[in-house]
Write a protein that binds this ligand. Structure first.
Ligand code: HEC
Ligand code: HEC
Ligand code: HEC
Ligand code: HEC
Ligand code: HEC
Ligand code: HEC
Ligand code: HEC
Length: 373
């Protein structure tokens, strides 16, 4: 590497506000621990090039088909590329081949696949559903679609940045070179070319320049940085386009949900952790609680019950919970969330599975912390 390439790193995309993104691997040299642990997170793994390493759905004979009323799909590997073959059952007998180019979803619950046609991006009809380990019709797809256009309203929550040819973000034509996959550092910290250039040129400076310090944000700003993707679809764009909002901004000035819900039970557990948490007694009765009270955004913590129990116990003392009125005897080694944040079925994310009459909902941990029976 030439010294000038180091001091002036390559610009991989430019945000609508004019600031430049650099490759996320540039963060590694100065923030190695955060960089490494971030690679394990669902955020980092939520979109990628669709190859054998990332695609979770099966291409093995016998497990590689999806049979719907109007169309049959077969998933096939050819010369290290992955393809879907679609054949309509009625009328025309033409077989349509589409390549799996990108995957969306870390695969903990499932994965969807996107295909390029020139610079146009489409979502393919079959998705992978982890609970059954099989191919299913993608949520809200009709019986026969083969593929469907994808625009910023889908990509905004699963990639770091995408450059749509339409300034409003509602076409499916992209600058393919400017698609930053995964939810990376600069999705939550903003485009940081200036920060990297400054610190590479000023190695002795130990205080951060050209980057926001989250501890200077208000509670609402801290919440909004997560709520942009975790408070419903936010499909009604008020200002700019779906990628305009950056951490530090006020989300309500950029977008909102088409419907506002007043009752917590109307909120869906899928993708609305913010809405549910904000209706919980813990949130309402504490001045500072935000997502980072329980989550370290740089670490994969799913399944670490001790970690989350300790978070509850920083505010709740089991001895003072246990009053004579309680039926349940509380102890410190109980898994608090199994009763107070139960896994709950989504009303909107449901999948039809071959051989089963009813649609199967995806189960998601509710953030309405409360007393359930
Ligand atoms: C050449 C070194 C260098 C590079 C490269 C670098 N940083 Fe930093 N960064 C620093 C230094 C020095 C600080 C201040 C000390 C600290 O917080 O670690 C800092 C601080 C930060 C902070 C904390 C700001 C605050 O005040 O709380 C964030 C966030 C950050 N960097 C993000 C990034 C990201 C994301 C990248 C990659 C795009 C990156 N940095 C690349 C040197 C670097
Ligand atoms: C750009 C959109 C986006 C932003 C911003 C975002 N998230 Fe996420 N988050 C997602 C998506 C998408 C997933 C699901 C990823 C998957 O499994 O494919 C996710 C998953 C998670 C998970 C579960 C996965 C795990 O590793 O445990 C947690 C916890 C989480 N986000 C917390 C946060 C917090 C806290 C913030 C704010 C600091 C935040 N997110 C900001 C989109 C986002
Ligand atoms: C999902 C959003 C998200 C992603 C992705 C993310 N960060 Fe952060 N980062 C945050 C938040 C929020 C804070 C503030 C944490 C707090 O105040 O509790 C933070 C704090 C920091 C800090 C300063 C405090 C500390 O924890 O040392 C640095 C440095 C940093 N991030 C670097 C990075 C780097 C480098 C990456 C990519 C490898 C990255 N971040 C990815 C949300 C994110
Ligand atoms: C408003 C933000 C948002 C939008 C828009 C969005 N998602 Fe998601 N998606 C999420 C979040 C958050 C999760 C994980 C947590 C949850 O379900 O609450 C998720 C989970 C997923 C998962 C499961 C990942 C896993 O293994 O857990 C898939 C697959 C997925 N989304 C695909 C898509 C596709 C395809 C689109 C566009 C058609 C889309 N999403 C649009 C926020 C969003
Ligand atoms: C930042 C402090 C804080 C944290 C962390 C916290 N809580 Fe709370 N929680 C409160 C406060 C304050 C209340 C309201 C007063 C009360 O009932 O004690 C509350 C109320 C509750 C209630 C009563 C709910 C109701 O509707 O009556 C339950 C149950 C609860 N919390 C469980 C939990 C669990 C489980 C965790 C961990 C996942 C947790 N809390 C984390 C502060 C917190
Ligand atoms: C009181 C603690 C607490 C707070 C505050 C909190 N979470 Fe969580 N969150 C949890 C626990 C516990 C889990 C379940 C972890 C597991 O599965 O092991 C979880 C899981 C998640 C998941 C994965 C859900 C799934 O089933 O796939 C997402 C996404 C998430 N949190 C986002 C957020 C966001 C965004 C915020 C802020 C609006 C937030 N959380 C605030 C405790 C909390
Ligand atoms: C087996 C299920 C279960 C587990 C596990 C559990 N709780 Fe509870 N908790 C309850 C029920 C049920 C209530 C309602 C009170 C009752 O009638 O017993 C309750 C009540 C509470 C309350 C409200 C007390 C009040 O004064 O109204 C808090 C706070 C709480 N639990 C916190 C926790 C914490 C923290 C943990 C983990 C150490 C935990 N719980 C583990 C079932 C459970």
């Amino acid at each position: 590497m030439k010294i000038s390439d180091y001091l002036e790193p390559e610009i991989v995309a430019t945000h609508y506000n004019g600031a430049n993104f650099v490759g996320s691997e540039t963060c590694m040299e100065c923030h190695p621990d955060i960089y490494k642990s971030h690679l394990e997170t669902a955020h980092y793994n939520t979109s990628a090039i669709a190859d054998n390493e990332h695609v979770k759905g099966s291409f093995t004979e016998g497990y590689n088909e999806l049979n719907l009323t109007g169309v049959r799909f077969k998933m096939t590997e050819l010369n290290n590329h992955l393809y879907q073959y679609a054949k309509a059952k009625f009328g025309d007998t033409l077989e349509v081949r589409s390549k799996l180019d990108l995957d969306i979803g870390s695969g903990v619950k499932g994965q969807s696949y996107l295909t390029w046609n020139g610079n146009e991006l489409y979502q393919l009809q079959p998705s992978y559903f982890q609970p059954t380990g099989s191919w299913v019709n993608s949520p809200s797809f009709p019986e026969y679609a083969v593929r469907r256009e994808v625009d910023d309203t889908c990509l905004k929550c699963h990639v770091t940045f995408a450059k749509n040819t339409n300034p409003k973000g509602n076409s499916n034509t992209y600058d393919r070179e400017k698609l930053l996959l995964g939810i990376d550092c600069q999705r939550c910290h903003g485009p940081l070319e200036k920060h990297v250039v400054y610190h590479r040129n000023t190695p002795n400076s130990k205080s951060a320049a050209y980057v926001d310090d989250y501890s200077t944000y208000s509670r609402q700003q801290r919440l909004d940085a997560c709520a942009v993707c975790h408070s419903g679809l936010q499909a009604q764009q008020i200002k700019g386009n779906p990628f305009s909002f950056l951490a530090g901004d006020t989300l309500s000035l950029y977008s909102k949900n088409f419907r506002s819900y007043n009752l917590p039970l109307e909120l869906d557990v899928h993708g609305n952790q913010m809405g549910l948490l904000s209706k919980s007694a813990c949130f309402v009765n504490t001045p500072k609680m935000d997502c980072m009270t329980c989550h370290d955004p740089h670490k994969a913590e799913r399944g670490n019950a001790d970690h989350f129990n300790n978070k509850c116990l920083t505010c709740h003392n089991v001895n003072s919970i246990n009053t004579d009125n309680l039926d349940v005897k509380h102890t410190v080694d109980q898994n608090c969330i199994s009763c107070h944040m139960p896994l709950s079925p989504s009303k909107v994310m449901k999948l039809s599975v071959e051989g089963q009459e009813d649609e199967i909902p995806v189960y998601i941990r509710t953030h309405l912390i409360g007393i359930y029976d």
